[in-house]
Each structure stands twice: as structure tokens, then as C-alpha cells.
Design a binder for this molecule. Sequence first.
Ligand SMILES: C[C@](O)(CO)[C@H](O)COP(=O)(O)OP(=O)(O)OC[C@H]1O[C@@H](n2ccc(N)nc2=O)[C@H](O)[C@@H]1O
Ligand SMILES: Nc1ncnc2c1ncn2[C@@H]1O[C@H](COP(=O)(O)OP(=O)(O)OP(=O)(O)O)[C@@H](O)[C@H]1O
Length: 269
Amino acid sequence: MLVFPNAKINIGLNIVEKRADGYHNIESCFYPVGWSDALEITLADEFSFRSDGIVIPGNSSDNLCTKAYQMIAADYALPAVKMHLLKSIPIGAGLGGGSADAAFVIKALNEQFDLKISFEKQLDYARRLGSDCAFFISNKPAYCFQKGDEFEDIDLNLKGKCIVLVNPGLHISTVEAYSGIVPKRSEHDLHNVLKEPIENWKFKVKNDFEATLFPIYPLLGEIKEALYQQGALYAAMSGSGSTLFGIFELEKDLQKHFADYKVWQGPLD
Ligand SMILES: C[C@](O)(CO)[C@H](O)COP(=O)(O)OP(=O)(O)OC[C@H]1O[C@@H](n2ccc(N)nc2=O)[C@H](O)[C@@H]1O
Ligand SMILES: Nc1ncnc2c1ncn2[C@@H]1O[C@H](COP(=O)(O)OP(=O)(O)OP(=O)(O)O)[C@@H](O)[C@H]1O
């Protein structure tokens, strides 16, 4: 089976409070984007995982794909498989790429081997692998709360608009990014603000990581500003960085403009 785990962006990210378990409760809109890895899962004599493309830190037993397989294999009689990942989504980029790979393994094993794991149970498995992971089980625009792993439907349709993702190659650790944050309630209810015209978002839809990370990495703020100068309706950092995104009314080719960085651009669904 061949699947294409895709990235996500965070449209708005309020870090509301620190939890007793050390994590943070957040409020965010998660939106799928087309920057994708490719993952092939085939029957084999023994389990193996290998990856090509962007080098993933850690060895194959640390990989979230391996962890997802082992977790399901602990509860279901799974045959051995060979997994081959072509890694394209930048790492430490706020795009949830590792989480997407893991969620797609859960979904692919369920389908390929007819395991009949319910949707709710797939979500529970995904939550065990990472806060971002559960989103990729449904992989539809959603308002996310708690650790980012509880969802409500959101009335937001950006279909037809174009997104440009710019990754400057800085690897920002999620743990470090959260450690710099002083949580606070947001001034604006994200649900309501996202119903306003996209041109208003610039003033009201904030990613709380920007205030602490932009002073440390000024390049991030410069790229966001450049996206606005190029005509973005809305621009922001995704997750804990380091990827910036711009949403444009029409197709936009900024590959040359951001020639020093990794750029992905395409339509939103
Ligand atoms: C920044 C976001 O990408 C926004 O979508 C996510 O909140 C991060 O999700 P993730 O990468 O799946 O994070 P996890 O692998 O679950 O956690 C990594 C570390 O980030 C911190 N963490 C993560 C999620 C969360 N809601 N609060 C946290 O404080 C914790 O220190 C945790 O040990
Ligand atoms: N399949 C995988 N792809 C990418 N990273 C992986 C994978 N498996 C394990 N990891 C580990 O997860 C870490 C970061 O994962 P990921 O790419 O999801 O982070 P991110 O882009 O910062 O996402 P976010 O902050 O939005 O969760 C890496 O340091 C890497 O060691």
C-alpha cells in the first residue's frame, strides 16, 4: 500500500495554560496542506523500516512509523511488513510531519489488514504517539483544544486559495519552544475570529510562539513580513516553527523570491 502523509498548518495558536502533566492546553485551527511524504508498506518476512530523502534524526527503531506499527502489533495479529518512507516534509518545522507519518501508518494497517479499528480507537492510538498525531486520523480542518488532540468541526473553507510555505531550515525543538512560553487566555475567540474576512485575521489571529521565537530568530519575522509584501492575505508561523506560511487569493510562485529556502506552494483543499 502506498500512502502520502501530508503536513498541517496552525491557523492561530493560543497557548492557554500549563497542565498538571507538564503539557499545555492550546486552542488552534489545524488545516491540512499538500506538502507530503510518501510511505510504502508491503508484506515481508520480517519487520523493517528505512527512509530516504531528508535525513531523520534517530535510528529506525525511534521512528514514529516503527512505533506506530509496534503499538498496533501489540494488540492485533499483524503480519511482518517492510516500510519505506520518502521524507520530504521538513523536520522540526511546525508542520507535524512525523505525526502525519505515524497516523497514516495506523490508518494504512487498519485498511490493509482489515483490522476494523474504530475511528475513536484510532484517535486514542494516535494520541499515545504525540499531541499532533490525532489530527491526521481525520485530516480535515478542525478547531483543536486540550493538548491539540481534541477536536470540533470548524466552519472554515479556504478551498481555491493558494498557500506558500517557506522553511528557512532552522530546526526548532517543540520542547524548547514551549519552555519559553508564559501561557495566557486569548483576547479573541478563535472560532469567531476565523468567521471574519481573512483580511482581518492579520490583527486578531496570533500564534503565541511568534512573540518568543521571533526575537531569537529575526529571520522568521522577516519572512513573515516578506510574505505580506508579496500580497499574502494572511501570513504566520506554523506550530512551533520554523515554517512560515502565506495564504494568497490567487496562485503565487515565490520559489525564486525565497530561493535560499525550502518552498512548497499549491492550492488549499
Ligand atoms: C506546536 C504544535 O505542533 C501545535 O500543533 C504541537 O503542540 C506540538 O505537538 P507534538 O510535536 O506532537 O508534541 P508532542 O510530541 O506531543 O510533545 C513534545 C513536547 O512538547 C511539549 N508540548 C506539546 C504539546 C502540548 N500541547 N503541550 C506541550 O507542552 C511538551 O514539552 C512535550 O514533551
Ligand atoms: N517519521 C518521522 N518524520 C520526522 N520526524 C520523526 C519521524 N519519526 C520520528 N521523528 C522525530 O520527531 C522529531 C520532530 O518531528 P516533526 O517533524 O513532527 O516535528 P515538527 O515539524 O516540529 O512538528 P510539530 O512541532 O508541528 O509537531 C524529529 O526530531 C525526529 O527525530
